[in-house]
Ligand binder design. Sequence first.
Ligand code: PXP
Length: 241
Amino acid sequence: MKRIRLGVNIDHVATVRNARGESYPSPLRAAMLAQKNGADSVTIHLREDRRHINEFDLKKIINKLTIPLNLEIAATKEMLKIASRSKPPFICIVPEKRREITTEGGLNLNHNRNFLRVLIKKLKNKKSRISLFIEPSLKDLETANQLNADCVEIHTGKLCNLINKKRNYQNELKRIKKAVQTGNELGLEVHAGHGLTYDSARILSKIKGIQEFNIGHFLVGESIFEGMPTIIRKFKRILKS
Ligand code: PXP
């Protein structure tokens, strides 16, 4: 039986907390609950503007969690410093624009390639597993491999939008399938994330070669109605079937 790991992104627990400037709901509590209910890793994105997770959350979560923490960061000197200090087991490098509502696309690997190379080397020296968040582009997979990343995470936002809008998603699905195959051939571990719901996770879980899914916004949203343990179990069942 295939074993696809589920990374639970808890950023939006912090979004709700920050909306009122209170100390609750607690991202640490969400991380521990996710761990207790079968998450394989917990993901947090420390943004430059700290709109959800902050460094205090990072410190508390990394100290308590026993499953791997996956820290998403932009490729900046500030984040390199923070990640070098906190040494999370997993790191995912993501693009970041201040005005975007969410991470809108994959990394531009041609921009600042030398800094990316240095960042990856330094963080790998600290024993972090490094993933690059990219579009399902064959060129980007080759570049990720040349940059010596351990993994790539394929941005699934476009596919998920098409599925949500009940539009034809076959071309985008083909593009993702090809990217997964190429990534595996290059020896990269391939992950998927962004915008995933039950429907899109079910469709993508049929592709052989995706080892990890990172899911946040929908999972936290549905948790309001049914509780996080139930939603995690539902996603785990989808990834197993
Ligand atoms: N993977 C990466 C690299 C991301 O940046 C994000 C969200 O920012 C996700 C997964 C999770 O996306 P969502 O919250 O839409 O499930």
